[in-house]
Design a protein around this ligand. Structure first.
Ligand code: C2E
Ligand code: MG
Ligand code: MG
Ligand code: MG
Length: 275
C-alpha cells in the first residue's frame, strides 16, 4: 500500500514538473515575441523623505502586460530572462521608455534597475548615456540601482562604468543592501550615492520586531555615516517602521506606506504628492 501511494505521489509530481517545464518554455517563447511588441511597461514608485513624505524621486519597476496571463511581476519572468540573456533586451526597452518619460519633464530623479549581466558587457555606461542623450533627458535626473554582485564580479570594470556615469551626472544606488556578502573593504572605492536597506530588515523593525534587524540597520547606518552617504529604507509598510527608521538615522524611504508602484508619469505623481 505504501508503495502504491508512493508511486501515485511520484506520478503527481511528474505531471506537475512536466506542466511547469511546459509553462516555462511557453513563457520563454512569449518573452521572445514580447520583445518585438510593446508588452513591457514601467511602473513608478515614489521615494520620499521620511520626515515630511516629500517625493524626491521614483524607482522604475518593470511589468509585463501578458496577453493571456495579465500583468506579470519581475519575479515571475526575470529569472527566465536572465538565464536566456533576454533580460538585457527587455531592460533596454524599458530604459528607453523611462528616458522618454524623464525627458517629458517633472521633478526628482528616476532610478532604473540594472541586472548584473549588463556590467559584464563593457559598454553599458556609454550605451545608457547615449540613450539618455537621444531621448533628451537630463542625466542628473537618472539614477541606476545595482547590487553588490555586479560590483564584485569585475571590480576595475565596475569602477570604470560607475565613474563614467557619475561624470555625466548619473548616480548609482546600491540595491537590497545587507543581503549580499557586503565587501565592506571595497565599498569606499566605489562612487555610490546611497544604500538601499533591503526590505527584509525594514520588515523586522516593528510589530514583531527582530533585534537582528535593528542591529543590521544600525550597522548599515553607521557604515553609511562613515562613507558620508545616505540610505533609503525599502519596503516601508507601517508608520511604526517609518518611526524606527528615522530614529536609527535613515532619512529616506520607499514602500506601500507612501505609494505603490503605479503606471503613471512621475511628473503627475509629483504634482499629486505636492498639491
Ligand atoms: P527591487 O529593485 O528591490 O525593487 C523593490 C521591490 O519591492 C519591487 O518589487 C516593489 O514593488 C516592492 N515593494 C515596494 N514597496 C514595497 C512594500 O512596502 N512592501 C513589499 N512587500 N514590497 C514592496 P517588484 O516590482 O516585484 O520587483 C522585484 C525585483 O525585480 C526588483 O527588486 C528588481 O531587483 C527587479 N526589477 C524590477 N524592475 C526591473 C528592471 O527593469 N530590470 C531589471 N533587471 N530588474 C528589475
Ligand atoms: Mg531596485
Ligand atoms: Mg531593492
Ligand atoms: Mg529587493
Amino acid at each position: 500500500r505504501a508503495k502504491a501511494s508512493g508511486r501515485d505521489r511520484w506520478a503527481v509530481f511528474d505531471e506537475a514538473m512536466r506542466e511547469e517545464a511546459v509553462r516555462i518554455l511557453d513563457l520563454e517563447a512569449d518573452l521572445r515575441r514580447a520583445i518585438n511588441g510593446d508588452g513591457f511597461v514601467a511602473f513608478y514608485q515614489p521615494i520620499v523623505r521620511l520626515d515630511d513624505r516629500k517625493v524626491i524621486g521614483h524607482e522604475a519597476l518593470l511589468r509585463w502586460r501578458h496577453e493571456r496571463r495579465g500583468l506579470l511581476l519581475p519575479g515571475e519572468f526575470i529569472g527566465l530572462g536572465e538565464d536566456s540573456g533576454l533580460i538585457e533586451e527587455v531592460d533596454w526597452i524599458l530604459y528607453a521608455r523611462v528616458m522618454e518619460e524623464v525627458a517629458r519633464g517633472g521633478e526628482g530623479y528616476v532610478s532604473v534597475n540594472v541586472s548584473p549581466r549588463h556590467f559584464r558587457s563593457g559598454d553599458f555606461a556609454e550605451r545608457l548615456l547615449r540613450l539618455i542623450d537621444r531621448a533628451g533627458a537630463d542625466p542628473h535626473r537618472v539614477r541606476i540601482e545595482i547590487t553588490e554582485v555586479a560590483l564584485l564580479d569585475d571590480v576595475p570594470r565596475a569602477l570604470r562604468m560607475l565613474r563614467t556615469l557619475r561624470n555625466h551626472g548619473v548616480l548609482a544606488q546600491l540595491d537590497d543592501f545587507g543581503t549580499g556578502f557586503s565587501a565592506l573593504s571595497y565599498l569606499h572605492r566605489f562612487p555610490i550615492e546611497c544604500l538601499k536597506i533591503d526590505q527584509s530588515f525594514v520588515a523586522g523593525l516593528a510589530g514583531e520586531a527582530q533585534p537582528e534587524s535593528v542591529a543590521v540597520v544600525r550597522a548599515i547606518q553607521a557604515l553609511a555615516g562613515t562613507l558620508g552617504i545616505h540610505t533609503i529604507g525599502e519596503g516601508v509598510e507601517s508608520e511604526a517602521q517609518r518611526a524606527v527608521l528615522r530614529e536609527l538615522g535613515c532619512v529616506y524611504g520607499q514602500g506601500y506606506l507612501f505609494g505603490r508602484p503605479a503606471e503613471r508619469a512621475p511628473e503627475r505623481i509629483e504634482r499629486i504628492a505636492v498639491g
